[in-house]
Ligand binder design. Structure first.
Ligand SMILES: [Zn+2]
Length: 240
């Protein structure tokens, strides 16, 4: 009897170990991506100091990993990252999560397609956000990656539930939103893609402002926006 019992225990332990190993591997990989993109975002000048924040869902879980509050990207390590549930409750980690935790949680709740969120304070996108101007579809890569126009959410103070509500409302099912007098939020299926969205929004914002300075920016028309989107989704890259 005792032999049967111990073999059952061994089987249980093997299942448990495999399960834990699988979950923690994915979590470690997501954390690695967040650290990597955080360093790149700071090096690219999309944020200064400890501003901005990023997060990514843990696949198959109702959880996401987010950067901590007030620690520079160049010194961040995996144990500084915080795992929270979709309501923003801390599940793992000793650090205080980003002050924009509510913003991230609200977007994940509203946007099932969002696998990751990057929030930057880049200069030209912030200039549009200060002017309260929507970024129209003006560049092909913007249309390909961001779908089209990037709206400006109404003003609300950073770190508040009101800002989260304003951002979700303006974002809709889009992939990027400008936060009035504040910065940018980009969504992606991965943290790398969300970062690309922020980069493309920043470039398009810069080009839009420059074009308006020397003349008038020509906006890509809706028919062309739809065609570019379709082409990007079906035939861009190495698809066969
Ligand atoms: Zn911010």
């Amino acid at each position: 009897m005792s032999g049967v019992a111990s073999s059952e225990v061994i089987v249980q332990e093997e299942i448990s170990t495999k399960g834990d190993f699988g979950v923690s591997n994915v979590t470690e990989e997501v954390k690695e991506q967040l650290l990597n993109v955080g360093v790149r975002m700071a090096a690219a000048g999309l944020v200064m100091g400890t501003w901005g924040n990023l997060s990514a869902r843990l696949p198959g879980e109702n959880l996401f990993v987010i950067t901590p509050s007030g620690i520079s990207y160049d010194v961040l390590v995996k144990t500084d990252l915080v795992v929270v549930d979709i309501t923003g409750r801390v599940i793992e980690g000793d650090r205080k999560p980003s002050t924009e935790l509510t913003l991230h949680a609200a977007i994940y709740s509203a946007c099932a397609q969002a696998g990751a969120i990057v929030h930057s304070h880049s200069i030209y996108a912030s200039a549009l956000a200060v002017a309260g101007k929507t970024l129209p579809p003006i560049l092909e890569e913007q249309v390909q990656l961001v779908d089209g126009a990037v709206p400006v959410a109404r003003y609300a103070q950073a770190g508040t539930v009101d800002l989260a509500a304003a951002a979700v409302s303006a974002l809709g099912q889009g992939k990027a939103v400008l936060l009035a007098n504040h910065g940018v939020v980009g969504l992606g299926s991965t943290v790398g893609e969300a970062y690309q969205v922020c980069l493309v929004v920043e470039k398009a914002a810069q080009v839009y402002i420059l074009a308006e300075l020397i003349g008038q920016a020509a906006v890509i028309q809706p028919g062309d926006v739809a065609a570019i989107r379709k082409s990007y989704q079906t035939s861009y890259g190495q698809r066969v």
